[in-house]
Design a protein around this ligand. Structure first.
Ligand code: CA
Length: 224
């Protein structure tokens, strides 16, 4: 397992590198965004740990570039900011999870392991629901044969809905499955993401598929 750490604070970078190496990971470090992007594009990393505030090119811009080029490595964002909108921006740009500084190494390690585990999970056959089709190998989704352009998080969310159709999914369930852990204080992120998804999946179609169950959560179903 090879991990890239992109972090300009030398102390933080060496703290992460040392800890991960003790856990038998191979770790490379880049100290600015341009170097990080170059390394990520030229080595197939199992995971990238990306600081947001970086010299030369900020972490979010690096992640966007990587995702635009279909780089599949999962990204864990490090941020000093803990405002919901910054986290949403980070997740929306294509990162898979985030951690706010300062953090305990044990917490970082738990997030790293969860992301690697999810990466390894069986991807399996295509999923169908109503006129939706999802290909878990290419991460592509279609509605009525029209391909829908989704961010990584939106894709994870629709995949979770399509694996559990006609079942009410609570915000806690969604948080635990799509983000791998529960974050009670950030459940409004889920509402934000469900709304993004609705704009892409339902807005232009007469038949709505994602329904709100007031006070509980959401359900993917055909009837209103
Ligand atoms: Ca920094």
């Amino acid at each position: 397992m090879r991990i890239l750490v992109v972090e300009d604070e030398k102390k933080v970078a060496s703290f992460i590198k040392r800890g991960l190496e003790e856990e038998k990971f191979a770790v490379d470090v880049a100290y600015d965004g341009e170097e990080g992007l170059y390394m990520a594009e030229n080595t197939p990393y199992d995971l990238i740990i990306m600081d947001i505030m970086l010299p030369k090119k900020d972490g979010l811009a690096v992640i966007k570039d990587l995702r635009a080029k279909d780089n599949p490595s999962p990204v864990l964002c490090l941020t000093a900011k803990d405002k919901v909108e910054d986290i949403v921006t980070g997740l929306d740009s294509g990162s898979d999870d985030y951690l706010t500084k300062p953090f305990a190494f044990s917490e970082l390690l738990a997030r790293v392991r969860a992301l690697l585990r999810r990466q390894k999970q069986d991807r399996g056959a295509e999923l169908f629901f109503a006129d939706l089709r999802l290909d878990p190998v290419s991460h592509k989704v279609w509605r009525s044969s029209v391909e829908i352009d989704l961010t990584a998080k939106e894709y994870a969310l629709i995949e979770y809905f399509m694996r559990n159709p006609n079942q009410v999914l609570t915000r806690t369930m969604i948080a635990e499955h799509v983000w791998d852990y529960s974050f009670d204080s950030f459940t409004n992120i889920i509402d934000v993401y469900v709304n993004y998804l609705r704009k892409k999946i339902d807005k232009d179609y007469a038949k709505k598929l994602i329904h709100t169950v007031r006070g509980v959560g959401y359900v993917l179903k055909e009837e209103s």
